[in-house]
Unconditional design. Structure first.
Length: 163
């Protein structure tokens, strides 16, 4: 046991900076920044909690889905490249921003089977029912607002929140 103490003492004498640069929980120099870091973390958590409380449990939305050859569940006739699909989605978004009716954009651009029949309407859904990227974008929208282009494994989406 005395060998351990001698070894520890020699490490300190040899200029070991482990304690000086160790994390705050070990009492090192980083401990000086602990109150600032804790305040930042508390602000972040408070902000996340507020947004979670204010976020609705479910929303309604429509979407245009532009698929490409690598999209999951794509119909066999979809052969465009990812870049071509992105360009097509950008074109649809530009028309949406110019005021074209969203239902018309669905008919003209959406590759989702059955989208024309329901005008791209997805109904009401909870955040966990859709893939994360889609849900994150859709739940940030206000009613009537249209998203930027959102990429998921299914392709490129343009989302319009309906309720």
């Amino acid at each position: 046991m005395s060998r351990v103490l001698i070894l520890f003492a020699s490490m300190l004498c040899a200029g070991c900076t482990t304690l000086m640069s160790s994390p705050d929980y070990a009492g090192g120099a980083l401990a000086e920044e602990a109150p600032l870091r804790m305040a930042r973390e508390e602000r972040t958590l408070r902000s996340q909690n507020e947004s979670a409380v204010n976020e609705p449990r479910s929303i309604g939305a429509k979407h245009v889905l532009v698929m490409h050859s690598g999209s999951e569940r794509k119909p066999p006739e979809i052969t465009r490249s990812r870049a071509e699909a992105r360009t097509r989605a950008e074109e649809a978004l530009a028309k949406a921003r110019a005021g074209q009716k969203f239902d018309d954009l669905v008919i003209e651009y959406s590759d989702e089977p059955g989208a024309e029949d329901r005008a791209g309407d997805l109904g009401v859904f909870t955040k966990k029912e859709m893939v994360k990227a889609f849900s994150d974008a859709a739940f940030k929208l206000k009613v009537g607002e249209t998203s930027e282009i959102v990429e998921t494994p299914f392709g490129f989406h343009i989302i319009q929140r309906t309720e």
